[in-house]
Design a protein around this ligand. Sequence first.
Ligand code: AMP
Ligand code: ZN
Length: 527
Amino acid sequence: MSELKLFNSLTRQLETFTPVHAGEARVYTCGPTVYNYPHIGNMRAYVFADTLGRVLSYKGYKLTHVINITDVGHLTDDADAGEDKMEKMAAEKAQSIWDIARHYTEAYWEDIKALNIRQPAHWSIATDYVPAMIDYAQSIADKHCYELESGLYFDTSTVAHYGALARAKTEEGEGRIEEVDGKRHAADFAIWRKTPAGETRQMEWDSPWGKGAPGWHLECSVMSEALLGLPFDIHTGGIDHREIHHPNEIAQNQARCGSDHSGARFWMHNNFLIERSGKMSKSSGEFLRVQLLIYKGFHPLAYRLMCLQAHYRSELEFSWEGLQAAFVRLKRMVMGVTNLKARHADTQTGEADTPNGDADTPTRHAELVSASIVPNEPMVEADKWTLKQVQGDVVGVQGDVAPAINLSVNEFDTAIVDDLNTAIAITAMETIIGLKKVDVAQQLAAIADMDAVLGLNLMNLTRADLRVRPKAAIITEEDIETALTARKEARADRDFAKSDAIRDDLIAKGVEVMDGDPLGWDWKLDI
Ligand code: AMP
Ligand code: ZN
């Protein structure tokens, strides 16, 4: 079994993954601040964390994954500047913070589901842990903190190598733009923010330092320790967290457990999705959300595939053309697997399913994202998730595995253990989908195992699922099908004037008629 190598941001090197607890992998992922909808860049961070979790399961580890929901404490600047994001949004919308948090948490869970991201073992909600945060702060306050009028501050000079993760050149760190009166070092940060005298905040708790709210960095240290124990295996987040949030978490963990203790063995960071026009930003009117992709007729898993085509440590530039290309690639894979399933059914029963016999109603965006997910009720319980090893032994297959399948399975394995080289892993899976003259059951078993790692849901998706009806469409798919049948009849009768008129009418309604499409598509809606 090939060793899993992961890039550790702490050492800036590839390291072999060896678990803290034999046979287990414990992973903590910094979750969203639920003051607004997540944009697709945020969701890249969770596609990455999910893929990592799937790889750990694939390698046989019992996975415990925690993702937190930040509903308190995150200021508009990652350092100690600005307002609390939740308070600010609640004031703008004239709603309670609790309603804001609930609404955006549910929206986030819809995106999680749409992207086929497995439920973690725990969604830890920051406000559930405030008493634990106060206890934690008390336990380190004497040696590592000092009190100012505005709050309790962590003195970063009290731990060794503060900021090593960020490779900060000076103790100033990065991003410290607003100073707080009395701070001993620019990099010191608030672990408890006091409510200013005369003000009342919607979210505030009593503490030994007065009424107030916890600092954002404190929550992740507290929740990861509470749910995973220290040290745990892997802490993930977007690359921006490497600069301030994670160095601060590490400082707290050091204060709690001794100076050399960063809290996690591996710190892993995904690079950013970038979008040059600025549409991704939450402050721009219609920003890029998973929902927007669905409204425009893209299946959300085309976006997952787009993410997996790039290495998680590379920047990925978003473009509609790129998404379209990923969508076409996904369609090809689904067509390939559908054909294999039909051939397999044929060998089982002597009757073939029609490979393209999925002309039922296209998927609506509402169905893709409908039921929101109940916290702490995993869709698939991590520890019961039973992906079997594909390497060298294709699941469910009797007898020898075809050498051509084994070759690609080994390529897949080599790629995925090499710091999650999903781009190569996808091509290995495609090679297996495209193999001719090998045992179809073996092919399907290998694809199922690989896709359990990549999470593209290939074994279940149908062509109809991929035909997502854009929200702005002014024509129903039933009417399109009726018009296309009439057009076929007109052509059979050599009534080309009528056939052209039907086609023109469809074009006027935004329907592209796709005669002779190599993927067998009859039409698509151009919105
Ligand atoms: P936030 O809700 O702002 O705390 O961000 C949630 C997650 O998304 C964090 O792990 C961020 O590092 C990550 N993130 C933010 N912007 C991007 C982006 N453009 N591309 C990838 N990850 C991002
Ligand atoms: Zn965090």
